[in-house]
Design a protein around this ligand. Structure first.
Ligand SMILES: [Zn+2]
Length: 259
């Protein structure tokens, strides 16, 4: 793999990864997926993403000090999302830019994200959104597109800070209060309405009226991103209100999340 010219001047280094292919049928870029590396040290994380045979990669790695490393040209299909889906699209890698944010993750103490690192993520995302025409509601967490398998970048990731800088779709979460809630095992029309609302937003969730394991995983992923104060997989009033506020604040045409 030879050195290439970075797609953005804010990338300070290029460490080419051999782990990429072509975007399927010339699929255009209209999504950004954010990850954490989830490994105890940064050298190991970079090696994993840039070594042949691991079958994983990302377009960018954002280090804790804010430096940005590019590993795969934006035109190419990096291998970051794995089995995943959003708004009916199951080949997320073909339509997305993958950004790995260096953080040890839930299995290694899950430290806070440093401000300099978040500032770099914001600058990187803003550039991609402008260059590629990615709408804010298509800047997503790995856990959004693979809720059964992934937690990253997790409930500590400051989505509200990104939104303050025009990156990502966000509403102030509705306050948590006591009251009835939908939870594992519930079977009702309210569960069906919840599932339809989650699916309308983009999540891959069965619409069955039964609050089953996959539904709980999707609610958990939703909370990690949009109501991080309590991540328990229980659809309380705050979760439902926050979801509906997000749906009603999507762009006028419903965006691609409505498909
Ligand atoms: Zn990930």
């Amino acid at each position: 793999m030879t050195i290439f010219t970075p797609d953005t001047s804010i990338a300070s280094d290029v460490i080419p990864s051999p782990n990429f292919g072509e975007r399927n049928q010339g699929r255009g870029i209209d999504m950004i997926v954010l990850h954490y590396t989830g490994m105890p040290d940064v050298e190991g994380a970079i090696a994993r993403l840039c070594t042949a045979g691991t079958d994983v990669s990302a377009h960018y790695i954002v280090l804790e000090d804010g430096r940005i490393v590019q590993c795969v040209p934006e035109e190419k299909r990096a291998w970051h999302a794995g089995v995943s889906a959003w708004a009916g699209e199951e080949d997320v890698n073909s339509c997305s830019i993958g950004i790995e944010i260096v953080n040890r993750g839930h299995d290694w103490g899950y430290p806070d994200f440093p401000l300099r690192q978040i500032a770099a993520v914001i600058a990187l995302c803003r550039g991609i959104m402008l260059r590629r025409g990615v709408p804010s509601h298509r800047v997503l967490a790995h856990s959004d597109v693979a809720p059964a398998r992934k937690k990253d970048p997790g409930e500590k990731f400051p989505w509200h800070s990104l939104a303050n800088s025009g990156v990502g779709h966000w509403v102030q979460p509705a306050p948590i209060a006591r009251g009835e809630a939908l939870m594992l095992g519930t079977i009702s029309d309210d569960v069906k309405n919840l599932q339809m609302a989650l699916a309308k937003y983009g999540y891959a969730v069965p619409v069955s009226g039964k609050y089953d394991g996959p539904t709980m995983e999707v609610v958990t992923a939703f909370q990690r991103h949009f109501r991080p104060e309590r991540v328990d997989g229980v659809a309380d009033h705050s979760t439902l209100m926050t979801l509906h506020a997000l749906l009603s604040s999507l762009p006028g045409d419903g965006g691609k999340a409505g498909k």
